[in-house]
Design a protein around this ligand. Structure first.
Ligand SMILES: Cc1ncc(COP(=O)(O)O)c(C=O)c1O
Length: 429
């Protein structure tokens, strides 16, 4: 295989080579993407795709955004990395912007979602050690939610409430108990003075776009406040404008002690952040936590531009989100196979009645040049860039309508063929 740029490499040769040399962790779709612009991607054969997944919530400004591209070029030619042993121009300004929009006081920068989450768990344990509100008894239990997803490193796995992610790697971090998501009684039952943190995704993403209930979040907030524990929210997927507010918790009028963000922050460059209060930040001192790459000048310079653009787009995200949601609800009325439509802003989901149907529909849309994703087996997930227009929503709705109709007809026909045979079997029995 030659390496003369992506255009000269074929899907067949890349996929053959990957099979030999990569750990087999991904089941990739047979598409080789070579470039993107705005809401579109192009594959190696020149086919255009409407991107309604945006790199799983990363490319929130679309592909090849002019300001982002210019910022990367400018900063890459000045300074890419210095380590956290020295100052550079951008971390303080980025932290200032994030604290301003979150209502929190301090930031720590890292490279990914899972790393932000690990840091948040460490913060919870360190804060409990520093304050020791439990009369000298241990205060290190963490309450996490069933059906949650926080990442792939050990602490993140230990707090991820989906056995399929955890099982191959046990034993995990001790001290974690799972609460039924949105079950007030279960939270009340499992919470006691040995708990140092209650961990919640404000809207569960991998778990099928399941928002936390207001009462549940309020109870978590009250219990943690009263007992010197921390309310830790994971907004890695639902934060930074995705729902039409800077943070999803702002729809609830809540304020966490710690929040994690990542995905769209640096428009595709790896960057995550932990945000917290002045009170909690006091438990950290030099040497307790750190990273080589996290918060480098290139990623931070880009993130500052992202946040400037995100501010301008919130109203648009709300408007387009409402338009999209209403169109999905209209499909819900038309198609029996739709069980539920959920979501906020441009984080939307359609739950179907079988995983086969969800698989078939996602595949058909991909063939038609529309990228979405299936999560939690039966859920179609939509995380389009914030810059989509109504015409893009219309295109997706039309394709979804047709794909559902086609697959429902196929299922009906299959049932028709299958039912006389079943009668025959009964007749012979
Ligand atoms: C809510 C949530 N938390 C954490 C993560 C992990 O982020 P990363 O893949 O950047 O490590 C994800 C990734 O999908 C996520 O959706």
């Amino acid at each position: 295989m030659r390496h003369g740029g992506a255009e000269s490499v074929s899907l067949a040769s890349v996929s053959r080579m990957e099979k030999k040399v990569l750990l087999p962790t991904y089941e990739r779709q047979p598409i080789l993407f070579v470039r993107g612009r705005g809401v579109y991607l192009w594959d190696s054969r020149g086919k255009r795709y409407l991107d309604f997944l945006s790199g799983i919530g990363v490319n929130a400004l679309g592909h090849n955004h002019a300001t982002i591209q210019a910022t990367i070029k400018r900063q890459a030619s000045r300074l890419i990395h210095v380590s956290n042993l020295f100052f550079h121009e951008y971390q303080a300004e980025l932290a200032r912007l994030l604290t301003e929009i979150s209502g929190l006081d301090r930031a720590f920068f890292c490279n990914s979602g899972t790393e932000a989450w690990e840091g948040a768990l460490k913060l919870a344990r360190a804060f409990a050690q520093m304050t020791n509100h439990n009369g000298g008894n241990p205060k290190w239990r963490i309450l996490a939610m069933h059906n949650s997803f926080h990442g792939r490193t050990f602490g993140a796995l230990a707090t991820t409430g989906q056995p399929k992610y955890r099982a191959p790697f046990v034993p995990l971090l001790p001290g974690v108990s799972f609460v039924k998501f949105n079950d007030l009684d279960d939270l009340q039952r499992k919470f006691d003075s040995s708990v140092c943190a209650v961990c919640i995704e404000t809207i569960q993403g991998e778990g099928g776009i399941q928002p936390v209930n207001k009462e549940f979040l309020e109870l978590a907030s009250r219990l943690t406040k009263q007992n010197g524990a921390l309310l830790v929210l994971d907004e890695i997927q639902c934060g930074l404008g995705r729902t039409g507010r800077h943070f999803a918790y702002q729809h609830y009028g809540a304020l966490p002690d710690v929040v994690t963000v990542a995905k769209p922050l640096a428009c595709g460059l790896p960057l995550g952040a932990i945000l917290t209060t002045e009170r909690v930040a006091k438990c950290m001192h030099p040497g307790m936590h750190g990273t080589t790459f996290g918060g480098g000048p290139l990623a931070c310079a880009v993130a500052i531009e992202f946040l400037r653009a995100e501010r301008q787009l919130l109203k648009h995200v709300r408007a387009l989100g409402e338009y999209f949601h209403a169109a999905l609800e209209a499909l819900d009325k038309k198609h029996k196979s739709i069980q539920e439509v959920r979501g906020a802003g441009l984080m939307e989901a359609v739950e179907l009645d079988s995983s086969e149907l969800a698989k078939a529909v996602a595949k058909q849309l991909l063939q038609e040049g529309i990228i979405i994703n299936r999560t939690h087996e039966t859920v179609l997930r939509f995380l389009p860039p914030y810059v989509i227009q109504k015409k893009h929503v219309d295109q997706v709705i039309k394709a979804l309508d047709a794909a559902l109709q086609r697959n429902e007809e196929l299922t009906r026909r299959k049932k028709k063929i299958a039912s006389p045979r079943r009668k025959e079997v009964h007749a012979h029995a």
